[in-house]
Design a protein around this ligand. Structure first.
Ligand code: ADP
Length: 481
């Protein structure tokens, strides 16, 4: 048994900011290992993630080749080129697997399950190599479906190595036809038959991770309750989680103080603290108008939405606020990209309200920072939301959130009607008018004598740092010893 300070933790993840990012998982994996080292004194944190083409192109010059690993079973020969970087006391290893990660995008390929099965086998070999070199990991912390097979693969070799599975988004689970279990992972068919790697009629990566991990968590307390309340949710995943008993819990994410800090954000025109937020936000608003090539209408509210465009995010509800915007001359700026239908909805919304809605299709970190700073309101009408970082980012930049009462949104945003209210929360997503009525309340406050001042103060002073979350993860690591 190790003492905390000498704990060796391995994080396995398909994304890690700033090296690769498609959503909140990357932010968490960029922050949590560093926070563990810096704030809880854990001695050794190692992160393993894919060396995607974009990662290698952008960061290749900083990375040092560690070694080449050859995987032969179940492949003829699969080379894994391992690169290393040490930053802020965290060791990062990037697995560059030609043909597998050397592609334009992170995901979205029909062979994604095969790609991450190969990655998982490479992680297993890496753990064995490290063990042979004298470094044994005390905790292997896996994240989302892409790493779902890692706990099982590790326990084949080191049955007592402790594994944690964190579910950042249960809607993505990773599926394989049962007959591929042997071809892809060299696992026997009886593991499918006895149910341990099965959900419904397929092999399921995330369910396998839940089953074989020693503890499982999701990224907010309220979402954990939601998952437990409905066993059938997400294809029956709820039942697998219920079976974990008190080894399934919710730990609400923190937010990076480096990446999202209005006082020293070089991506916004004028960094600002609460005391000068009016000036800082006015400068950002001017930059946002310029970026969208539109003329500002002073003293009108600016609504922002920054999101992956998928049904999860519920952005079709934005139709409900078009008329309110038109009436008050307010604007809604949407930055996002995603599936074809959701993008189409945003184009149609823009067409229906050309004076009030502007849609920027794409992914832009720089523009997102300007918008977070520029907005009066940040709209996030998610159908479900395991944690949500965007509403926390908005609050840090003094942009008041208008959110549904899903998952982590409820853990982080309190309604204005509560003491220390930080935003506007609407319940019952199925009610089409929920967002509309929250927006009416928001506009009433905007035009009231005190305006948004109280909310902005509560938002900007809200502690969403990693201190609390890192301590909660440390407590979970300790619990496994
Ligand atoms: P999820 O992980 O479900 O996508 P989160 O709210 O947890 O949602 O995290 C989303 C992260 O991705 C935030 O940092 C947000 O600013 C960023 N993001 C989402 N869409 C875009 C985009 N189109 N351009 C830039 N950043 C984006």
């Amino acid at each position: 048994m190790s003492l905390d300070c000498s704990m060796n933790i391995l994080y396995v993840t398909s994304e890690c900011a700033p090296f690769s990012k498609s959503g909140g998982l990357a932010d968490v994996m960029g922050d949590l290992p560093r926070s563990m080292v810096m704030q809880t004194g854990v001695e050794s944190c190692v992160v393993v993630s894919p060396g995607y083409r974009s990662t290698m192109q952008k960061y290749g010059a900083k990375l040092v080749k560690d070694y080449d690993m050859k995987l032969d079973d179940p492949y003829d020969v699969l080379w894994v080129h391992i690169y290393k970087l040490v930053e802020d006391g965290v060791e990062y290893f990037f697995f560059d697997i030609p043909g597998i990660f050397d592609r334009d995008n992170l995901y979205g390929y029909s062979d994604d399950p095969y790609r991450f099965a190969a990655f998982s086998l490479a992680v297993k070999r890496f753990i064995i190599d490290q063990n042979n070199a004298g470094r044994r990991f005390d905790i292997v912390h896996c994240n989302d479906w892409q790493t779902g097979f890692v706990p099982l693969l590790i326990k084949q070799v080191y049955w007592d190595m402790r594994c944690i599975m964190t579910i950042h988004n249960p809607a993505y689970q990773g599926w394989l036809p049962p007959d591929q279990l042997w071809n892809c992972l060299r696992l026997p068919y009886w593991m499918y038959e006895n149910g341990s790697v099965r959900l419904g009629d397929s092999v399921n990566f995330l369910k396998t991770g839940v089953y074989f991990a020693d503890a499982v968590n999701t990224v907010s307390a309220h979402h954990a309750q939601e998952l437990l309340a409905d066993g059938n949710c997400f294809g029956g995943l709820g039942w697998a989680l219920k079976a974990k008993g008190d080894l399934f819990l919710g730990i609400t994410n923190g937010l990076s103080d480096r990446e999202f800090n209005p006082t020293r954000d070089m991506r916004i025109p004028l960094p600002y603290s609460y005391h000068v937020h009016k000036e800082g936000k006015a400068a950002a608003r001017e930059a946002a108008m310029k970026a969208f090539s539109i003329q500002d209408r002073p003293n009108t509210p600016l609504f922002i939405a920054i999101s992956r465009l998928t049904p999860q995010k519920g952005l079709e509800r934005l139709w409900g606020i078009g008329d309110s915007l038109k009436k008050c001359g307010g604007r809604l700026m949407i930055l996002g990209s995603g599936d074809y239908d959701s993008e189409g909805q945003m184009y149609k919304l823009q067409e229906a309200y050309p004076e009030n809605v502007s849609f920027w299709r794409g992914y832009s970190n720089d523009l997102s920072h300007i918008l977070y700073a520029a907005g009066d309101f940040f709209v996030m009408p998610s159908r479900f939301e395991p944690c949500g970082l965007s509403q926390m980012i908005a609050m840090r930049y003094g942009t008041v959130p208008i959110v549904s009462d899903a998952g982590g949104l409820l853990d982080t945003v309190t309604d204005i009607s509560q003491p220390d209210g930080r935003g506007f929360v609407f319940g019952n997503w199925a009610d089409k008018d929920g967002l509309w009525s929250a927006t009416c309340r928001a506009l009433e406050t905007y035009y009231s004598a005190d305006g948004l001042e109280n909310l902005i103060r509560n938002d900007m002073f809200y502690d969403s740092s990693w201190n609390r979350a890192a301590k909660n993860y440390l407590a979970l690591y300790r619990k496994l010893y």
